[in-house]
Design a binder for this molecule. Sequence first.
Ligand code: COA
Length: 159
Amino acid sequence: MTVLRLHIEPLDEKSPVPFELLTLADPSKKQIDAYLSDSTCFVAKLASETVGVIVLAKINTTTLEIKNIAVKASEQRKGFGKCLLRYAEKVGITQGYKKLVIGKGNSSIGQLALYQKEGFEISSIEKDFFLHHYEHPIVENGILCKHKIILEKALKESR
Ligand code: COA
């Protein structure tokens, strides 16, 4: 039996940006372009196929932000999202950051569950963020996405 292992690495400069994955997490190509230039994009591969992506950006000397995380639809719920979050923690610790933060809409119930299961805690809410920054209304799980919920996790050498 062959067990395929997930391999995560920085996106090669010559490789195309995996927009089809990035837009699963963020419907605005404009927003994605805005943060990509100041971020590092990592891709997760199963054999040679890219199945996941995570984008990390320095906020200040102590804080690293996850700008985007996505797993190909057919590969979701297999633990790859957790692997990407843990990889981001390792990157943050190695680079000397104290805190990892992520923002998600109030309607993203599954994602908010995942982040809290992984030890992130809600730290603040940007009211009406999605109403002000996105052209079209976003509705998930029958809920209008209005507020950006910010979650954070202290980075410690443990895992
Ligand atoms: N409904 C409920 N819970 C969900 C869920 C959903 N649709 N998606 C993820 N979860 C939670 C559950 O707690 C689940 O645990 P369980 O499988 O034991 O029930 C856990 O997350 C799954 O973890 P994992 O398998 O590691 O996550 P994943 O590989 O499916 O990746 C995402 C998680 C969020 C990256 C993936 O669902 C995705 O790409 N979604 C679309 C893009 C997105 O919204 N990105 C985040 C915004 S930046």
